[in-house]
Design a protein around this ligand. Structure first.
Ligand code: SF4
Length: 328
């Protein structure tokens, strides 16, 4: 049943993010007024590199198309879903459906979600909540989006409007692949060794995101033998998610590249070192994208066979991750 709802891209082999998505974003006419909300640029950027798991909470819980428009009402900390014209409460119906659908979604092993912004069901934040007079009472997440956040607290969740921003897009894709790599590295039977190896391979990537959280992760890894594996793994995953949520700035990425250069420069001739240094600083200044110093350093890492750097995640991305991140 769950598998039937997965919409595959092309038959291209490889690691594909499986993403829950608001059905209207895929161009299906499921909105209250019988329209859709597809974004050709966004859909084009994802292309056939993902597997979609379409979800329309309102239609799937039994509402018709078209239907009365709805809004969130009353307490922003615990909003109700009501029809705007008649005030009919749809909260219970939605909650009953969500319980089984979230179980089904968990069985699909999603990597993350792309949800429709501003919807009282799918909006992940800042959806207006109105009081009984129709006046603004605050903001909240839509009912389904809030339930997704509780059920899948560590998975990346974005809305289509935030993904128009290049840095948010890049961060979202990076987080999808990073968390998946971690979970895969701990399957079928994780070990301290595999966690330590994962950490070593992600040092530079984490450095570009959040050095403080990286420091906490290093402390955790250092005392890994003193903790039960399940506790260690859960805490590590939590810290990994926290670190990756910080969007890496060009300056932070440049610092991580300088760290890599420090390990490479003993093999390089002065001209190579100078070229790399200049490109890193160009990236820091926002004049060249991340891919430029990544590719140049990657070439030197291959040329001089620097094993420790060759296995760093930022120089060894999966082709599908590179394809998605380089949307522009
Ligand atoms: S925003 Fe969500 S509930 Fe509304 S039409 Fe789109 S998928 Fe359905």
């Amino acid at each position: 049943m769950a598998e039937e709802r997965i919409r595959n891209g092309s038959a291209e082999p490889g690691l594909k993010p499986r993403l829950g998505v608001s059905t209207c974003l895929l161009g299906e006419n499921v909105r209250y007024d019988g329209t859709e909300k597809s974004d050709p640029i966004l859909l084009g950027a994802f292309g056939d590199a993902v597997e979609w798991v379409p979800i329309c909470p309102e239609v799937e819980c039994g509402m018709t198309v078209p239907r009365d428009p709805m809004h969130l009402a009353d307490d922003p900390d615990s909003p109700r879903l009501v029809t705007t014209a008649t005030g009919e409460d749809q909260t219970g119906r939605m909650q009953t459906w969500m319980r089984s659908r979230l179980d089904e979604l968990a069985g699909c092993d999603p990597w993350g979600f792309v949800l429709k912004s501003r919807s009282p069901s799918c909006g992940r934040s800042a959806v207006p909540v109105l009081d009984s007079t129709g006046a603004p009472a605050g903001e909240a997440a839509g009912l389904f989006a809030a339930a997704v956040a509780v059920r899948f607290p560590l998975l990346p969740v974005a809305d289509e409007s935030s993904l128009r921003d290049d840095s948010m897009w890049d961060n979202f894709i990076e987080r999808l692949f990073c968390l998946k790599r971690y979970r895969d590295s701990m399957q079928p039977e994780g070990s301290r060794e595999s966690l330590v190896a994962f950490h070593a391979a992600h040092e530079l990537q984490l450095m570009a995101h959040d050095r403080d959280v990286l420091h906490e992760m290093e402390e955790l890894v250092a005392r890994s033998r003193k903790l039960p594996l399940d506790e260690l793994s859960a805490r590590y995953e939590e810290l990994l998610t926290t670190a990756m949520e910080f969007v890496a700035t060009p300056a932070q990425s440049a610092d991580a590249f300088l760290h890599a250069l420090g390990l490479l420069e003993r093999y390089m001739n002065p001209g190579e070192r100078q070229d790399a240094l200049e490109l890193i600083e160009e990236h820091r200044g926002g004049r060249v994208p991340l891919t430029v110093p990544t590719k140049l350093l990657g070439r030197y890492i291959q040329k001089y066979r620097v094993e420790h750097l060759a296995t760093q995640s930022c120089f060894a991305s999966h082709p599908n991750e590179l394809k998605l991140r380089n949307r522009s």
